[in-house]
Design a protein around this ligand. Structure first.
Ligand code: NAP
Length: 373
């Protein structure tokens, strides 16, 4: 009755309540913005992402965002053809700038993923203005005076004067993460690794090739043969010894990261029609005897490793489920019954995340935690 008699009063009450709730929402939003600003101000630094429009670069932006890396200014850099376009970061469109524009801003940190030649040419120019460069290409990895870092394995090797720091090859990172705890315990003598590497490991043009093939449309060929419904026993180019560059990266980078030239690694690297996530079948011969349960325990306790090994439940790592995750997944852990002190295992990780972007951001986090900025 009252409601019917006082319609005007009711509408005033509703309007007032709605205004109050709108003001409350605005205040709530402002307080969130302020909190973000405050967080961004504490130790926050200028960050350039070189190759920001590529597969790794875009993943770097995502990882920086997810991990709330303290950034006061983001400088996305790509080739001249992308300058003026935008990338998304923290729900905003940020303009892509040129190398020169980025250097002029004197960034504190540059995450590079724009190929080896670009790194060779530009990383020293960023370092000249005092910028720390973390480089994803192969340009600096085997330089005697450059550190090759997986933070969980050898983060402590970084010194105060290291301005260009190399990020290892994607297939090497997941291998050394797994080898480290086992090498420390039992001494790895010989490692035989066969890789099953995803197409995203070659970059965005390779994804385009596979998608065109799947649609039955002619397009640019990045690989020498079709990749869909195929396996290519060639990742990167061949070297003088008939191994590919990718295979030799596994051999050389593993020893450098473990700091032990006596570990003999021999690889066969194969490209498979999987979109994201590299897999590796690994056979390791150790100096010392081991128990498989102890191997599983050591792996499970190592930071960044997830053991997925329950054959009775058909549980083992697969790229379909590793894609988008930061961990290195290990399963099919079993003794090689044909050889003494020898183990077989199956390792899977997302090549764009722990194999590239996440590892690079973790190096930056390590530097931040150790007072670099
Ligand atoms: N994909 C992986 O899983 C992986 C893993 C570890 C390491 N890496 C390494 O990371 C690097 C990038 O790989 P990706 O897969 O992200 O390749 P991608 O998808 O082809 O992207 C390449 C990026 O580099 C930029 N770029 C190319 N030439 C440039 C130049 N002259 N100056 C400035 N920027 C330039 C491109 O810009 P535009 O868009 O303007 O062309 C793009 O942003 C390579 O060195 C690769 O070996 C890749």
């Amino acid at each position: 009755m009252f409601l019917c008699e006082k319609p005007q009063l009711i509408s005033i009450v509703i309007e007032t309540l709605s205004k109050i709730s709108n003001i409350y929402i605005i205040l709530l939003r402002c307080s969130k913005i302020n909190i973000q600003r405050f967080a961004a101000m504490k130790n926050s630094i200028k960050v350039a992402v070189v190759g920001a429009t590529g597969m790794v670069g875009r993943t770097m932006l995502k990882v920086l965002e997810e991990r709330n890396f303290p950034i006061s200014m983001l400088l996305p850099v790509a080739s001249e053809r992308s300058v003026g376009s935008t990338v998304r970061f923290n729900e905003a469109d940020v303009n892509v700038v040129s190398m020169e524009e980025a250097i002029a801003q004197k960034p504190d940190l540059a995450l590079f993923s724009a190929g080896g030649d670009t790194s060779l040419q530009w990383a020293p120019k960023f370092a000249e203005v005092g910028c720390t460069v973390i480089d994803n290409s192969s340009a600096w990895r085997m330089h005697a005076d450059k550190k090759l870092i997986v933070p969980e394995v050898n983060g402590a090797a970084i010194g105060a004067s290291d301005l260009i720091i190399a990020n290892p090859n994607c297939s090497t990172i997941q291998l050394v993460m797994t080898l480290k705890p086992l090498h420390d315990a039992f001494g790895a003598k010989r490692v035989i690794v066969s890789t099953y590497q995803s197409v995203s490991g070659t970059g965005k043009e390779a994804i385009d090739q596979m998608e065109m093939e799947r649609k039955g449309v002619d397009g640019k060929m990045v690989y020498p043969y079709p990749i869909d419904r195929n396996c290519l026993p060639q990742c990167d180019v061949f070297t003088d010894n008939d191994y590919t560059k990718e295979e030799m990266k596994l051999t050389n980078e593993t020893c450098k990261i473990l700091g032990d030239k006596s570990v003999h690694v021999v690889a066969t690297a194969v490209r498979v029609p999987v979109t994201g996530g590299h897999s590796e079948s690994v056979n390791v011969e150790f100096e010392k005897a081991f128990e498989v349960d102890e191997v599983k325990r050591l792996l499970a306790n190592f930071p960044g490793i997830r053991v997925q090994d329950q054959p009775e439940l058909k549980m083992y790592p697969m790229p379909l489920y590793a894609a988008g995750k930061d961990e290195v997944f290990v399963g099919r852990i079993r003794r090689d019954f044909t050889r003494e002190n020898t183990l077989n295992m199956w390792i899977v990780s997302d090549n764009l995340r722990k194999g590239a972007a996440t590892n690079a951001v973790q190096i930056a986090e390590y530097l931040l935690a150790n007072g670099r900025w």
